[in-house]
Design a protein around this ligand. Structure first.
Ligand code: NAD
Length: 333
């Protein structure tokens, strides 16, 4: 597979490095609007051709796939051009700025028989794959809630707010882990820099069966936290991505509520049993993801983070934006 990477800013270098190390892939091109970024590419990888015009990559018949790591507002146009020119695409999260754009790209990829994959990096981590295994095995019992905190100082984005920047990671994890369809989204947030983009936001996703998911995102936090709690009827789980080891811990804890007949008294029993930390695959997620993209292109497979998965995330973000504008009123999704 010969690829071209468009966008060599903050995240693009990680993609170029991982694809360059993936057997069966040649990074032929790298495009960026900024000459200084291309000079860095040339210094690090003399064999990669560089250009300020992404169109040159689309014109190259040798290139069969394109990786897009530019700001979100440019995704739709670049992905559309790439698909129209017959290239498979891996695009950064979030896939697009709206459901309508995402839907159009999904249909275009299907019509052309091309792979359209979204970089939902976290679902390729050993931790999230292990959590999926635990949930699918019924270890936690019936799911009650998922509660996520993803906060740090910056990086302020120019074209999106904190929800569109940070929540895609957790929404991708949520929609990967939980197959039920969400019903409602609500969000509140505030803008403290006067840019018209919220920098602190709280988002809630409601499901039909009493399962609730909550997301706290913040660009104004003095510390970096990456934590997710998943509560079930049998056990509970904590995923702390900042932990060097034991990122996932499963707690045999819970409550049992009984009502004593006759005296109409409610009794709550607390269970505090063992905690265990499963062994996790420690490979860099992006390396796993690059290999998966290659495999999907070669064997015409549907990616774990397909266009449909990307669209599920964009649908929740779009609902959250509508709710933000209505002071947190819940929006059907
Ligand atoms: N998966 C992850 O964990 C992760 C982490 C960070 C960022 N991202 C995503 O990666 C994307 C890029 O984010 P970033 O932080 O690297 O942004 P960035 O601004 O640091 O880099 C974007 C680069 O794209 C270039 N660019 C913009 N428009 C272009 C065009 N039309 N043609 C060629 N080059 C163009 C810019 O010059 C810049 O160098 C976003 O979608 C972001 O959400 C993903």
């Amino acid at each position: 597979m010969r690829i071209g990477v468009i966008g060599y800013g903050y995240w693009g270098p990680n993609l170029v490095r991982n694809f360059a190390e993936t057997a069966g892939v040649e990074v032929k091109w790298c495009a960026d609007n900024r000459a200084d970024r291309l000079a860095i590419v040339k210094k690090r990888y003399p064999s990669i051709q560089v250009t300020e015009d992404a169109g040159q990559i689309f014109d190259d018949p040798d290139v069969n796939a394109v990786v897009i790591a530019t700001p979100v507002s440019t995704h739709f146009k670049l992905v559309k051009q790439a698909l129209e020119r017959g290239k498979h695409v891996l695009v950064e999260k979030p896939m697009t700025r709206s459901v309508a754009e995402g839907q159009e790209l999904l249909e275009l990829a299907e019509k052309k028989g091309l792979v359209l994959m979204v970089d939902h990096t976290f679902i390729y981590t050993g931790a999230v794959r292990k959590i999926k295994e635990i949930l699918d095995g019924g270890e936690l019992g019936e799911l009650h809630y998922l509660d996520s905190v993803r906060i740090n100082l910056g990086l302020f984005q120019s074209d999106i707010d904190v929800l569109w920047d940070l929540a895609p990671h957790d929404l991708a994890i949520l929609t990967y882990l939980v197959s039920a369809k969400p019903k409602f989204v609500s969000a509140t947030g505030s803008d403290h820099t006067g840019r018209g983009l919220v920098d602190v936001a709280y988002m809630t996703v409601q499901y039909a069966d009493n399962f609730l998911a909550h997301f706290h995102t913040n660009w104004l936090s003095p510390v970096k936290l990456r934590q997710m709690l998943i509560g079930g009827s049998r056990r509970m789980l904590v995923y702390n991505d900042m932990e060097p080891s034991e990122k996932v811990r499963v707690y045999d804890r819970g409550v049992k509520v009984t009502t004593e007949e006759g005296i109409h008294k409610t009794l709550v029993d607390y269970r505090t049993g063992d905690m265990w930390a499963p062994k996790l695959e420690l490979r860099e997620a992006l390396g796993v993801e690059c290999e998966h993209f290659l495999e999907c292109v070669r064997f015409n497979k549907i990616p774990w983070s397909s266009a449909a998965a990307g669209l599920n995330v964009v649908r929740l973000l779009e609902g959250a934006t509508k709710s933000l504008a209505k002071n947190g009123t819940r929006v059907a999704v």
